[in-house]
Design a protein around this ligand. Structure first.
Ligand SMILES: C[S@@+](CC[C@H](N)C(=O)[O-])C[C@H]1O[C@@H](n2cnc3c(N)ncnc32)[C@H](O)[C@@H]1O
Length: 264
């Protein structure tokens, strides 16, 4: 059972379906890999020839020039993988069907906050990886300062602080760690929740929200109230008076972090 419990799951008792079977339907359209993140991730993989992608989803950020093994629990996400992507094994981080030290590098992109048990998942990742672990994740302390979290829905940060492993935890848990800031470009193609820091109108689009789990996790009335305020502030010009300078900015640090652990 995933630790992400959707509000309507409570009503329907659908505790066992992988969450992304419910919310991942339009994922590959809205969450297109961003070339700048791709370059950073591929650079961090270094000379690794074999790469394990855990929580691989639709195949974003998988390097085409290396041997990739993809692990993904949701059949809905697996079905959206391109034809030329590595075939995915339906499994979870907590129980990887791989031999000890069998891959050069392991990649975890926007996934650890979905794992049932991060501690167990990292034990597994450490067991199967020879040289390097590369994680793209969010520092929720930085994220909490972004206007969406700070002014409209502080519950995003409250929720995410419970599910995302903190930078301090990762530092204590993984050897030889380097944490790098990844500025999010204004025209970021990977539409994760806080990628829209200069495009507030996009957040009013339900298709955009549909591809980020947080919008499915918070109570509907709470989300509606925040969206009504955002719509009103955009109509009145208040949002632009307060945050409009962001519209001209090329990139912003909203908390995205590239975390690299060297094992060898
Ligand atoms: C936000 S998506 C990221 C997918 C992909 N890495 C990307 O960057 O587009 C999170 C993924 O983690 C997967 N996931 C959820 N629980 C998991 C677990 N316990 N182990 C591995 N992956 C999991 C979800 O099914 C989903 O595909």
């Amino acid at each position: 059972m995933s630790k992400l419990i959707l509000m309507d799951d409570y009503a329907q008792g659908a505790w066992t379906a992988p969450v992304y079977d419910r919310i991942g339907l339009n994922y590959s359209q809205i969450r297109r890999p961003d070339p700048r993140f791709e370059a950073a991730i591929w650079g961090a993989l270094g000379s690794a020839k074999s790469v394990l992608n855990v929580g691989a989803g639709c195949g974003s950020y998988e390097p085409a020039d290396r041997e990739v093994t993809a692990i993904e629990p949701s059949p809905v996400m697996i079905a959206q993988r391109p034809e030329n992507a590595a075939p995915a094994i339906q499994a979870s981080a907590e129980d990887l069907p791989l031999r000890d030290k069998s891959v050069d590098a392991t990649l975890c992109v926007f996934t650890m906050h979905h794992w049932d048990n991060v501690e167990q998942g990292l034990d597994e990742v450490l067991r199967v990886t020879r040289d390097r672990i590369v994680i793209l994740t969010v520092d929720t302390d930085v994220m909490a300062r972004m206007w969406l979290c700070h002014e409209y829905l502080p519950e995003i940060a409250v929720h995410d602080r419970r599910t995302f492993p903190s930078m301090e935890y990762l530092e204590a848990r993984l050897p030889h760690l380097h944490i790098g800031t990844v500025p999010v470009p204004a025209d970021c193609t990977d539409g994760f929740c806080i990628a829209f820091w200069s495009r507030p109108e996009a957040i009013l689009d339900s298709r955009v929200r549909g591809a980020s789990s947080i919008w499915h996790l918070l109570p509907v009335a709470m989300v509606e109230e925040a969206l009504t305020r955002l719509r009103r502030d955009l109509d009145s010009g208040d949002w632009d008076r307060r945050f409009g300078q962001l519209r001209g900015q090329a990139a912003l640090d909203v908390g995205l972090r590239l975390v690299v652990s060297e094992l060898a």
